[in-house]
Design a protein around this ligand. Structure first.
Ligand SMILES: [Zn+2]
Length: 75
């Protein structure tokens, strides 16, 4: 079960309330990965071979996104 989110609020809300994996855009910065772990409790799982353009900007910082990543809840 995967679903996509476009911004940080959606990421936090979905990570807290729905099971499964989250698809979200990422700028490539380690700082954003760390922030997402801190505020949403998710870690990056993989960069899918088939990329989808969910949005143009990073779900965390709003800068131009490089990749779509799968994120999963860290336990
Ligand atoms: Zn970012």
């Amino acid at each position: 079960m995967t679903y996509s989110v476009k911004n940080l609020d959606e990421m936090i809300e979905n990570a807290a309330n729905r099971p499964g994996f989250i698809k979200a855009m990422w700028c490539g910065e380690l700082a954003c990965e760390e922030k997402l772990k801190e505020v949403a409790g998710v870690t990056s799982r993989c960069i899918p071979f088939e990329q989808e353009q969910i949005s143009d900007v990073c779900v965390c910082c709003g800068k131009p996104a490089k990749n779509m990543l799968y994120w999963g809840k860290a336990y």
